[in-house]
Design a binder for this molecule. Structure first.
Ligand code: C2O
Ligand code: CU
Ligand code: CU
Length: 565
């Protein structure tokens, strides 16, 4: 009788333990070369009881699809903004023209389609996309707008690595959110609840073999000191922008906002067991995001501050067919840019600024707050630059630059550890530390559209911890001569299915086309369009439209009116 009681107690405790887990959501995938992304306001049942939560999603309800791209392909993005608000969509980590970048300057008004495209030149790794509208990034990211990009290339594909998405190659987007009593998410830098792939208290079953996890720190602010509950060794195989030279064995790794790593975990012969992926954040210092404990009346109060907490409960199941069972010894040759190649060093500073009461300190990048009308640097095309960032403040900041992948040269004078010795686009700059990195700006000159650099804590970024630079190529030698306005015609007019553009000047290239309706609403945004097949207007309502064209060389604008019958 006693045994039965114990059994019942045991069973019911196991049952209630399992019942508290939700199955980890694996984002849908899109692949090929054309990607249709519709950003929208939506809602999702996130908290198991009570109201649905107002969210933002791309094609779905919360977060967006994982985009698979192949290095070398030209990818065409059709981004529709169905939000009731302006937004932008930035391709984080991608090397592409500034006008395609989706930073704060490539604003997509509500109801507009933005069609950027680029040739994928990044190495195989995990990247991501997210909104980047100045002063709105934190809010739109908290809504859940974003997604992963997985790039494949021939080097990575030739290695014996797990790559069955959702089976032995598992994306893990780490965030945290607050849920109020109505199950809604207030705009706060830290939440009380950890989430993985927008799932609260997730569990997942992985096979008993070598499993690959692709981590993105998609949080507003929090860093995660990753580890497993049995302290097992895992192997870091990538940094932000590509494979490392060899897997690096570790038991802990702290990932900061905006960063990605991929790891391999050996689960051979462990079928029937389970292990927890945790954030060992009790070891973080007061100056590290997530280790900071601030007075109760600030917006920083949260249940996870400087605590160890569970991220993902992993059940280890059966082995799959043709499993990967070994951790490779080597990955690829990584050739960092030699420090001696630099032709300029730029000195950047991070400092604590004025105290802003409950919202904390206003952090300053280069002793000022971001001004969208002020250019910070003009980078001559072909420059190899060292950026030296001196953080004299009392808080650490993950620093991110657009356009390029860089190599960290030193952190307070020492070379980076092996996990930070590859290609990066975010570098954590601890308090009272000097970090140096080197990057080459070898293409995509554009005097009109800048690239950004900023702290990837989106609260700090929105508060102005951001700057911008343009990459400029050789000028055309036109000098001060009045630049000609592009002359062109639009036909047929009236149109039904498509409109064509004829430039009066033979070699004129188009930088930008914008189509607006009679009310002045932007309907379509086409950076550097290929107009040889015309512009599809078959889904336009009948009416009068204005086509505004900017030419490539002079960056001058002209407009023409056309009618849709
Ligand atoms: Cu992930 Cu400027 O951004
Ligand atoms: Cu970015
Ligand atoms: Cu910051």
């Amino acid at each position: 009788m006693k045994n039965i009681y114990i059994l019942i107690i045991l069973l019911s405790s196991i049952f209630s333990l399992n019942a508290q887990y939700n199955n980890l959501w694996i984002p849908d995938t899109l692949s090929g070369t054309t990607f249709d992304l519709a950003i929208k306001d939506t809602f999702a049942q996130i908290v198991s009881t009570g109201n649905q939560t107002i969210t933002g999603g791309i094609n779905g309800k919360f977060w967006g699809p994982t985009l698979f791209m192949n290095k070398g392909d030209v990818v065409q993005m059709n981004v529709t903004n169905n939000l009731n608000d302006t937004t932008t969509l930035h391709w984080h980590g991608m090397h592409l023209p500034a006008v395609m970048d989706g930073g704060p300057h490539q604003i997509i008004p509500p109801g507009t389609v933005w069609r950027p495209y680029w040739k994928v030149s990044n190495d195989a790794a995990t990247y991501w996309y997210h909104p980047h509208l100045h002063e709105m990034t934190e809010e739109q990211m908290i809504k859940g707008i974003g997604g992963l990009i997985i790039i494949r290339d021939s080097v990575e594909s030739a290695l014996p690595l797990p790559r069955k998405y959702g089976i032995d190659d598992i994306p893990l987007v780490l965030t945290d959110r607050d849920f109020n009593s109505a199950n809604q998410m207030p705009i706060l830098p830290y939440g009380d609840s950890a989430m993985v792939n927008m799932t609260l208290r997730p569990q997942y079953t992985i096979p008993s073999q070598v499993v690959r996890f692709r981590f993105l720190n998609g949080a507003v602010e929090r860093s995660f000191n990753l580890g497993f509950s049995d302290n097992r060794t895992f192997y870091v195989i990538t940094s932000d922008g590509g494979l490392l030279s060899a897997p690096v064995p570790l038991t802990r790794y702290t990932i900061h906002a905006g960063e990605r790593i991929e790891i391999l975990v050996d689960c051979n012969g462990q079928s029937g067991t389970s292990v927890d992926l945790k954030a060992y954040n009790s070891t973080l210092s007061q100056t590290t995001p997530g280790g900071d404990i601030l007075p109760p009346n600030t917006i920083f109060v949260n249940a996870l501050a400087r605590k160890d907490f569970n991220l993902l409960h992993l059940n280890i199941g059966e082995q799959t067919t043709s499993p990967i069972t070994d951790i490779p010894n080597a990955l690829r040759t990584v050739t960092p840019i030699p420090a001696g190649n630099a032709n300029i060093t730029r000195n950047l500073t991070i400092a604590d600024g004025p105290n802003q009461g409950a919202s904390g300190v206003l952090f300053l990048l280069n002793n000022k707050v971001f001004d969208i009308n002020q250019l910070d640097y003009t980078v001559p095309l072909g420059n190899t630059e060292i950026w030296q960032i001196t953080n004299s403040g009392n808080f650490g900041h993950p620093f991110h630059i657009h356009d390029v992948q860089f190599n960290i040269l030193s952190i307070n004078g020492s070379a980076p550890d092996a996990t930070h010795a590859g290609w990066k686009d975010v570098v954590y700059v601890p308090s009272n530390t000097v970090v140096k990195f080197i990057a080459k700006f070898e293409d995509y000159a554009d005097s009109l559209h800048p690239f950004m650099f900023h702290c990837h804590i989106s609260l700090h970024e929105d508060d102005g911890m951001m700057g911008q630079f343009v990459v400029v190529g050789n000028t055309s030698g036109i000098g001060n001569i009045e630049k000609p306005v592009p002359q062109f015609s639009v036909y047929p007019n009236p149109a039904t299915e498509g409109v064509y553009i004829k430039m009066n000047e033979e070699n004129a290239e188009i930088y930008y086309i914008k189509i607006m309706d009679e009310l002045g609403r932007t309907i379509l945004m086409l950076p550097r369009p290929d107009i040889s097949k015309g512009i599809d207007v078959s889904n336009f309502a009948s009416g009068v439209y204005h086509l505004i064209l900017t030419d490539e060389i002079n960056k001058k604008t002209n407009s023409k009116t056309f009618i849709i019958k």
